[in-house]
Ligand binder design. Sequence first.
Ligand SMILES: [Zn+2]
Length: 387
Amino acid sequence: MRKYFILPLLMLICMVPFISAQAASSTEITSVRTATRNDANTPFVRTVLDISGKVNPRLFIDKTGRYVTVTLPNTKIAKGVDTECSSNRNVVSDITLTQRSSGTDINFKVPHAVTKDDLKVFTLPGTDNAKSASRVVIDINDKSGKIKQWRHWDDDKIGIASTTKDKNNQLKQSAVSNAATIPSYAGSQSYNLTKGLKGKVICVDPGHGGTDSGAIGAKSQEKNITLAISKRVASLLTNAGATVVMTRTTDVDVYAPNDGAVEELQARCNIANAAKADVFVCIHIDSFSTADAGGVTAYYNSKTPYDYGLAKYIHDQNMQATSFPDRGVQTANFYVLLHTNMPATLLELGFISNPAEEDALNTEAQQQNFAESIVKGLADYFDHNGN
Ligand SMILES: [Zn+2]
């Protein structure tokens, strides 16, 4: 009797690592590329990994600051992907991918010690070209001082409303777009934290637009709901005496039709940075693969001491303005949260994939409720001086 018990037990023990190894291998790294970017205030090397699923990157820097590791849990290196890459050796001596049972390590050896202030790690949606579900972006600043910053901008107002380009020009530019055509503004840190909405410069960013519809529901598209709510926010803020800068006011791409996510998102950051906005509020509608997921989230990244306060004050008011579930205030490495110079929040105001929430989001009543709650939250933020 005992023997018969042990055999299945042994089989089970043997199968557990097998099962977990199988699960870990479902998300693959399908390509790796690097580029030197001299368009930022500090030049940097960008490494981009295409991933077949969603991933939560983790960053480690060793004590010497000479070894940087980004871990991608539960990922596997796809067949044919080079596990060693070369890059600009002023910034990164070498890049190696190491397969571990728990995931993949991307190891960077750097010639000049770095701290976490020299690094940015964030995720972007995937690209159709690469057939990826998401991208992991790792930026490492140049500490050698050998990479010259490009200062000859022909186009330092990309995406800024006053410079309108005809569509052909935009398309052409998008086709040849490379890192060097995207400008960056100095980290001004001139944002205002005094009480009251009056006189504040508030950048409102309606998510998606134009060729990018965002998430699609049964009867509506994210880009239209974000714009409808944003316009209501803008008019309430204007009435309260604030100066509103919108990244778009119609159904358009901010940078160019069919552009890349980085160009598009940087164009939105440029508008806020150039306007020296006091805060940046980015409005999105969430989506999930099943209809039952729902609720409201506010995302922030603590790049300033005030990003959390901004997200929290607005989120608290948003939860008064809806019966959608509360998904809380969460930290995220979203591009616009990292590349704006002022406190920023990205709001996900319910799920377009949830039929009840989609219905509500398409009513003027819910759009107005959210617009009012966002403005109340902004007033709370300034009344507490961002704290
Ligand atoms: Zn969105």
